[in-house]
Design a protein around this ligand. Structure first.
Ligand code: NAG
Ligand code: NAG
Ligand code: NAG
Length: 215
């Protein structure tokens, strides 16, 4: 298996003397790989640098230019796992929605995921939680947050066959509901205040001007 972000070089050397000067062709998932002139005869190599997620399960095939049935191929097995992440502080308003997400994208795939709240497994039935995983992230969701049920320290712990255990901690604080005003009345209000202030200054200035005139 190959490791993400490293470099791999694949070498193709047909056996048999007659094939020593044969022209070779490389394919990646059936598409021709462009090669330098001097890299086509007798022995040929392709270099993959850096290895990316998309290279996992990519099939590299090398065949004789004149006869594609004389070929060899390799399927890349790129192993990867989520990065360790720092603890996250989460603030959520009462009665709003809480969504916590953990990165679980790995090869080989995650074998188990556990969510805990204050050290005990999250009770999906009792506290309005739902859990979902799609191979990339695992999400814990509560639709209507209540402080007594949902505030505390969460942890998602994912176990990977090859990379061991990775976990992430969330410190969730439930805050009071804040009043949410629609945007338009605020803008209208500001305009009214500004206009009033400008009018006040203008009329004052008129008064002052009048006073000056009288003097
Ligand atoms: C890829 O390599 C890993 C580690 O050697 C192995 O556990 C896994 O089964 C391999 N996957 C495939 C599809 O061969
Ligand atoms: C291609 O090579 C295969 C295997 O060596 C051989 O059976 C076949 O006749 C060759 N085809 C051509 C067109 O040379
Ligand atoms: C979790 O522990 C904290 C601190 O002890 C506490 O304030 C909170 O209510 C607990 N949460 C739950 C859901 O029991």
């Amino acid at each position: 298996s190959f490791i993400l972000e490293k470099t791999v070089s694949l070498l193709c050397t047909p056996d048999g003397d007659s094939e020593a000067e044969e022209e070779l062709v490389w394919l990646r998932n059936g598409a021709v790989v462009r090669l330098n002139e001097e890299n086509r005869k007798g022995r040929s190599s392709v270099c993959i640098s850096p290895i990316i997620h998309e290279d996992n399960e990519a099939v590299f095939t090398c065949h004789l230019s004149r006869n594609a049935t004389v070929s060899a191929s390799v399927t890349l097995n790129v192993t990867y796992h989520p990065q360790l992440s720092e603890a996250e502080q989460v603030e959520v308003e009462i009665e709003s929605m809480l969504v916590l997400s953990c990165d679980i994208w790995a090869n080989p795939q995650v074998s188990s995921i556990l969510w805990t709240l204050n050290g005990s497994a999250v009770d999906l039935s009792a506290s309005g939680f739902t859990m979902s995983s799609d191979g990339f992230t695992s999400q814990l969701t509560a639709n209507t947050v209540e402080r007594s049920l949902h505030e505390g320290t969460y942890e998602c712990t994912a176990h990977f066959p090859l990379h061991g255990t990775i976990s992430k901690v969330f410190q969730v604080t439930v805050t009071e509901k804040t009043m949410k005003f629609p945007l338009f009345p605020i803008i209208a209000g500001v305009v009214v205040v500004c206009l009033t202030a400008i009018l006040a200054v203008v009329s004052r200035w008129k008064k002052i001007a009048k006073v000056t005139y009288k003097q």
